[in-house]
Design a protein around this ligand. Structure first.
Ligand code: SF4
Length: 380
């Protein structure tokens, strides 16, 4: 078996998700969870149907809370860097927005605008500032409810977060932080404190928090689960996804700093088409061979992208898979169609980003939840 490793800061090798479930001690999403979600939400998002969100912690308890009317809340975030968000970044937000809509719950979105500076990935806080604003608009554009969503920047909201962060920080010792976050002797002391700030939003309500995220982020929240009971708060639940493949091969990671692996939300149509037409595929060396032997969608990032974002219809996805395997679909045509879908998706997204500009302050300052949170104080 090929070696692999998954940590919040690095993914190496071909990920064996079965092994990861055991190693991380999380549980698989089962049919009964999906049935319960369908029953409560009246619908099932295709990312759940297709088990892209495939594992969880305490999902049963979240569903029980929903059933009993106690409710829950959602928490997610985005650490802005010096490059725009890419397609892979928005998938947890799409899931979060869907859950908010279906369960009518609050969403807290942390923008740790200091994290990349502390991690020494950018030279100044000013360097990252334009991307902070761009990321906020990209997130709003995904359709969150302006009265049930609070987006906050760490540097701005710190006065409210500091007290609970101190209470959390006391429970994390340096050796745990090193093991969980990969800190070493060169790590800035600001970054060592940062995990405490990341845990604070899970304490915003006296209800169970649910975090939809990639499974690589799970170690961060294991710490929260140790600390929360000491602060008389709920352990966070998680809905964990597989990792979106980059365009350069199966199981590769999409990275904004390696442009060929990803489509950035501000890529121009020409760039989108170029990157997708150059993508790795599960196709054969020649069209003739492909017609005779068929392609392999199981290792094809193009097919993967259809399944995670660009083909919602299960029947059409199965038809594409069959056409690929039987050789009646060639990669050129398949990639071209994906490129056009991505271009249309980005055009629509940009239109929404424009509209989001007018709503920005509702999410940060004057929407119903934002107003409440600017008056919020942590009480034990
Ligand atoms: Fe991938 Fe499409 Fe080629 Fe099949 S036809 S290998 S799905 S690009």
């Amino acid at each position: 078996m090929e070696q692999f490793s998954v940590t919040p800061w690095e993914i190496k090798g071909k990920v064996d998700y079965d092994k990861l479930v055991t190693e991380f001690g999380v549980e698989r999403v089962e049919d009964r969870h999906l049935e319960a979600i369908r029953e409560l939400a009246g619908d099932l998002h295709f990312l759940l149907r297709r088990r892209f969100f495939f594992a969880h912690r305490d999902l049963d308890l979240v569903l029980e809370d929903a059933r009993a009317g106690r409710g829950f809340f959602l928490y997610t975030g985005r650490a802005p860097s010096k490059s725009p968000m890419h397609i892979g970044h928005i998938i947890p937000f799409i899931m979060t927005k869907w859950l908010q809509e279906k369960f009518s719950v609050n969403v807290y979105i942390e923008i740790p605008d200091e994290e990349k500076f502390l991690a020494k990935k950018v030279e100044s806080l000013e360097e990252v500032a334009p991307y902070v604003e761009q990321d906020i608009l990209n997130i709003i554009a995904l359709g969150f409810d302006e009265d049930r969503t609070f987006i906050f920047k760490d540097t701005e909201y710190i006065a409210k977060m500091y007290k609970p962060a101190v209470l959390v920080a006391r429970h994390i010792n340096l050796s745990t932080a090193r093991a969980v976050f990969g800190f070493d002797g060169e790590t800035s002391i600001g970054l060592v404190f940062y995990p405490a700030l990341q845990i604070v939003p899970t304490l915003f309500e006296n209800r169970r928090p649910l975090i939809p995220c990639g499974i690589d982020q799970d170690p961060y929240f294991r710490l929260q689960r140790d600390i929360a009971p000491k602060l008389k708060r709920f352990k966070t639940a998680e809905l964990l996804s597989k990792l979106v493949w980059g365009l350069t091969g199966p199981e590769t990671k999409m990275s904004a700093s390696e442009p060929e692996t990803a489509i950035l939300l501000n890529d121009e149509p020409r760039e989108v088409r170029r990157k997708i037409m150059n993508a790795f595929t599960g196709g054969r060396a020649t069209a003739e061979e492909q017609r005779k032997l068929g392609g392999n969608p199981d290792v094809c990032p193009v097919f993967h992208w259809y399944s995670v974002l660009f083909e919602e219809d299960d029947k059409k996805l199965r038809e594409r898979e069959w056409a690929c395997r039987t050789g009646s679909l060639l990669c050129g045509e398949c990639k071209l169609e994906l490129a056009e879908r991505v271009v249309r998706f980005l055009e629509e997204h940009r239109r929404r980003v424009k509209q989001a500009e007018a709503k920005r302050d509702k999410f940060l300052y004057d929407g119903k939840l934002a107003r409440e949170m600017w008056n919020w104080e942590f009480r034990e």
